[in-house]
Ligand binder design. Structure first.
Ligand code: CA
Length: 249
């Protein structure tokens, strides 16, 4: 692991280089209790956890949590300070997808939610003490990220001529875990059907009726908020350019 104070590679705390965290112990412990209470409250309010009982904190987990707390609050600062990154991605958005108290970072070449063929975006997170890229999008017909805070889910939408797809993810153990997929094909665009006279719908790869597929599409359309981007990381709702998308027919 990495010492959050001095950056030395260490096997455990206290850090042999700088002694961290002996001077922070009291504050850290109190903060951890507050964090645990906050996490429990958020789980109750948002229902974002797995529903399983929390395991008692081990010494290692406590040290890891202290490390995350110390270094995780602004882990993205170093990413955003990198000119090579901001040249490609001048806009960003901070969102705590899993509501664990540490923000995830979306980088984008545009303020818009809809990432067209000329644009790109990517999702990064603080994983095991390091900035990690979880998903990159762009360069295709059109893609976007949307976020539903009610169940902490992240939607990835993509479209090319005659077809639309969504993947619903949870952020789990530092990675995107696929929860559900929906695929929709206009007539004569379904690769499994040859020529199909009607639009076709799939959930998790299984053919379903339009009404069955609509359950997931409605969550995406009505509940999930498109992720927009800005220079200050707060997003720009005015750049939710849903209305500019080509109309289905
Ligand atoms: Ca988070």
């Amino acid at each position: 692991m990495i010492c959050p104070r001095c950056g030395a590679e260490i096997d455990g705390f206290p850090c042999p280089e700088c002694g961290f965290p002996e001077t922070l112990k009291r504050k850290t412990r109190r903060s951890l209790v507050l964090l645990a209470l906050l996490a429990a409250l958020l789980l109750l309010m948002a229902g974002c956890g797995s529903g399983e009982a929390e395991e008692p904190a081990t010494e290692e987990a406590t040290a890891e949590a202290a490390q995350t707390e110390a270094a995780g609050d602004n882990w993205y600062d170093s990413v955003l300070a990198d000119a090579a990154v901001t040249k490609d991605y001048p806009y960003y958005r901070l969102l705590d997808i899993d509501q664990d108290g540490t923000d995830e970072l979306f980088l984008s070449s545009t303020e818009k939610a809809f990432i067209g063929a000329e644009d790109k975006a990517k999702l990064m997170a603080f994983v095991n003490g390091e900035a990690a890229t979880l998903k990159e999008i762009g360069g295709a017909g059109g893609e976007s990220f949307s976020y539903d805070a009610s169940d902490c889910s992240l939607f990835y939408f993509s479209r090319i001529s005659g077809e639309e797809h969504i993947v619903k993810y949870a952020l789990k153990d530092g990675a995107l875990a696929e929860l559900q997929t929906a695929d929709e094909y206009d007539r004569n665009h379904d690769p499994q059907e040859g020529s199909n006279p009607d639009d076709t719908y799939y959930l998790d790869g299984k053919k379903v009726t339009e009404a069955e597929a609509d359950v997931l599409w409605n969550q995406f359309d009505d509940l999930a908020q498109p992720v927009t981007y800005s220079k200050d990381g707060k997003g720009n709702p005015a750049a939710d350019d849903d209305a500019d998308e080509p109309e289905d027919d």
